[in-house]
Design a protein around this ligand. Structure first.
Ligand code: SAM
Length: 486
């Protein structure tokens, strides 16, 4: 950007100067306006305004506004012979160090996007001029930060979907962004909240919709799993499931969903009733794996997994193991405590004579003992700390991001579907069932357990209250052969 600045400072009557209309429209009055005004009243304008030969301000709109308000007779200026086409970009980039609100930042992003609008698919590497523009845009973006840019764009996209493209306006975005300036929430929290609103909207639009999958290999019933009357006594070999955690996430499907109860006791009571029904359908030598998590309310852990475990034992379940799913991307735990990066998974059985094999551990390549332990004189065994590392198991695990992208294309909001990594059900399926067996997940979600079953040649049955998640499961399973429609 070539402009010649004449460095000597002149003194000019502020009435002669003209406000820069681009930055005037772009930025709102900063929250510390009064403070700046009082400073100028006391000490005068110490940093000269940057203006062009026509007396248009390039940098210093705010100082000019205050000078006029304080009826100052003279302000210091530096003249520059900036060409007209460079005025806007110079004006915006000279505001780098201004204290900006989120609304200002969003306006800046829009300005930069428009100013540097590159034609899609343009090979910038082959075109030096375009490459220069791209580099300039990257450096402008850098001053804002990619994280903020991505979040603001994602928020804008969601607001457009929520309000519809014709109803949507910048005022709607600004109203939301002001909440961040007022410390009501963070950018990420706002983005997540809108994601939930989108899911609720989608659920609302699909109210009454029933969506089920019924094939030879996979059946998913669209109903509350408290009643699994479709399943005969003792027909399930292994159950692998992750109920909605207490107070963690409202899936927007109303009273049928678990997790929104008033007390932990009520939550646990509702869950164990479902697992009574699970006991009916489980074979005598079958296994049940439950992934359950705790939550902090008013600064205190609620001991949800422990209360659940004790209640399950009271109902006659035999507690044979506990796995720790060590997470690579845990939620941030608030308060005076560590970030909890594990979730327990309990293994229950009906009788001591349950089917269990570790033979598959012999066939995996695990020289660094990432998931197994071998000691001389003993067969290698699976370790209970399941560190989620890719490629440890040789199954072709699906990537959740890939599923999210596919769902996005189909307009299904699946950012917060709370899926577990496919490696978890895979380990439990291999350890407690044989090919051809029937596996159940009564909180089926997006069908992670289902995909694991298909990969390992087991049959699958699921229950899910949200028809959209069943649609997502269908998308997930679309690349596999599921047999004829049953
Ligand atoms: C934690 S998610 C399960 C995610 C799943 N493991 C996966 O990987 O996609 C819990 C699911 O249970 C569903 N759900 C909640 N209450 C239910 C109920 N009573 N019966 C059936 N499904 C229920 C929710 O809609 C949600 O999809």
């Amino acid at each position: 950007m070539k402009t010649k600045t004449l460095t000597s400072v002149s003194v000019v009557n502020p009435q002669k100067l003209k406000i820069n209309s681009t930055t005037h429209l772009l930025y709102v009055i900063p929250s510390n306006y009064e403070e700046i005004l009082n400073n100028i009243r006391e000490f005068g304008i110490l940093t000269p305004l940057l203006v062009n030969k026509d007396y248009v301000v390039i940098s210093g709109n705010l100082r000019l506004k205050i000078a006029i308000e304080l009826k100052l007779k003279k302000v210091p200026v530096v003249f520059t012979d900036t060409p007209n086409e460079m005025m806007d970009i110079l004006a915006v980039s000279s505001n780098k160090f201004r204290t900006k609100s989120m609304v200002d930042i969003a306006s800046e992003i829009r300005f930069y996007d428009e100013y540097y609008s590159l034609r899609r698919g343009e090979r910038t590497d082959l075109n030096p001029q375009m490459k220069l523009v791209k580099d300039e845009k990257d450096s402008a973006y850098k001053s804002i930060g990619q994280y903020r840019i991505n979040k603001i764009k994602s928020i804008e996209k969601k607001l457009k979907k929520l309000h519809g493209n014709t109803e949507y306006s910048i005022d709607i975005l600004n109203k939301q962004l002001r909440k961040i300036d007022e410390d009501v929430c963070t950018l990420n929290e706002l983005d997540k909240k809108l994601e939930r609103e989108l899911l609720n909207k989608c659920n609302e639009e699909n109210k009454g919709l029933k969506y089920e999958i019924k094939t030879q290999m996979v059946s998913i019933f669209n109903k509350d799993c408290i009643d699994m009357s479709e399943l005969k006594n003792g027909m399930i070999q292994t159950i692998i499931t992750s109920p909605p955690y207490y107070w963690m996430f409202d899936y927007g499907t109303g009273k049928d969903q678990n997790g929104q109860e008033k007390t932990v006791e009520e939550y646990v009571e509702n869950l164990v009733r479902i697992f009574d029904e699970a006991k009916r359908v489980l074979k005598d030598d079958g296994s049940l794996f439950v992934n359950i998590n705790d939550c902090v309310i008013k600064g205190i852990y609620q001991s949800v997994p422990e209360l659940f475990l004790i209640e399950m034992k009271k109902r006659g379940w035999l507690y044979v193991d506990c796995y720790f799913w060590l997470k690579s991307n845990p939620r941030y735990t608030q308060g005076k405590r560590s970030v909890r990066n594990f979730e327990p998974i309990y293994h229950f059985v009906k009788s001591e004579d349950y089917y269990y094999t570790q033979d598959w551990v012999l066939s995996i390549n695990d020289p660094e003992n990432n998931i197994s332990l071998s000691k001389s004189g003993f067969k290698p065994k699976l370790k209970s700390g399941l560190d989620y590392r890719d490629k440890v198991l040789s199954t072709s695990s699906s990537n959740t991001q890939e599923l999210r992208d596919k769902c996005k294309k189909e307009n299904l909001p699946m950012e917060n579907s709370c899926t577990f990594p496919i490696m978890l059900p895979t380990i439990f399926v291999l350890s407690t069932s044989k090919p051809g067996d029937l596996i159940l997940d009564m909180f089926s979600g997006t069908g992670t357990t289902a995909e694991s079953c298909i990969l390992l040649d087991r049959k699958y049955v699921g229950y899910e209250v949200n028809p959209l998640f069943i649609k997502a499961s269908e998308i997930r399973l679309s690349d596999y052969e599921l047999g004829q429609v049953a």
